[in-house]
Design a protein around this ligand. Sequence first.
Ligand SMILES: *Cc1c(COP(=O)(O)O)cnc(C)c1O
Length: 369
Amino acid sequence: MAAPIPFVDLRRQYAAVGEELDRAVLDVLGSTQFILGPAVAAFEAEWARYCEVAHCVGVASGTAALELAYEALGLGPGDEVIVPANTFIATVLPLLRLGAEPVLVDCDEHGLLDAGLVAEAVTARTKAVVAVHLFGHPCDMAALAAVCDAHGLVLVEDAAQAHGATFHGRPAGGLGRIAAFSFYPAKNLGAAGDAGAVTTGDDALADRVWLLRDLGQRHKYEHEVAGTNERLDTIQAAVLRVKLPLLAGWNARRAELARAYQQRLEDVVEVPRSPPWGESVWHLFPIRTPHRDALRARFEAERVGHGLHYPLPLHLQPPLAALGHRPGDFPVAESWSRTSISLPLFPELELHELDRVVALTRDVVEAAA
Ligand SMILES: *Cc1c(COP(=O)(O)O)cnc(C)c1O
């Protein structure tokens, strides 16, 4: 039997950068500056520069980044926040924890928030819109900003899958009022554990997130607000500093692999495409086909890695039950959950592996048709 093909293989990345990573981690261990050590501020400056935005605050995870961004904006009970029905649940859980009400809207052909539907969902209680750059595709930020400007709403970015994605040449992270990044290990830029960041061009918001992540203190034992402990770990910051210079090359390789998949599969399945208003960084490559379940079974049998993004849409998940949605409420998001399957795509994936994924996919779809 042919060798298994992983969905993501971080060991291949480690083989390329492991020595440098080991050294960076050992440096932190030797320094014993574990909490907010110098690597944290250094990475924050580097990430802000990469995103072409004034401020970056390192935090403990992408979920923490979203929660602190929402909290810094003052979102809470009585506030409605418009979010896509098609996203990872971490976009909305922090809203529920703050007592704000997520208002779901369906997605467009790219799987992204549809600005027309956002406009229809605005009420007198709407305070913010969360643009999730899902799969690595930038949202149509001009269309969303127009809706937000017309109604006085704050535009937030969930950029957890979009490190380096651009909207008309401008990178994610500086396209709204405030943005959240995740550096979960399998993201385009991944730490060696949990890590995240908030970016913003707004001085006051940056200061509030900076206070909130570290127990509300500006100086040790001088606490200004009821903050929490969601600091970026120094070891993770050191790891991220080693990997950041490689991100652009990794994203370019992802784009090359995405093009190869598109060319080889576009006549048999629906392939994802970069939207016309920007450049995707191809965090995921979800194809859509009515024969998804047969393809999934074949991948299982042949040990080909794959993912479902996402198997159960948000509105049918127990934490959102209080919103009272039913199957059928968000038909596009629901159709994605039934028909999409994400193919292996990571910078170290080899073309012969991609060709085998393509051959299996064509085989299953052509046999079923
Ligand atoms: C990964 C992810 C998150 C959460 O990030 P964590 O670091 O795992 O907490 C949030 N939103 C989206 C869209 C994600 O893909």
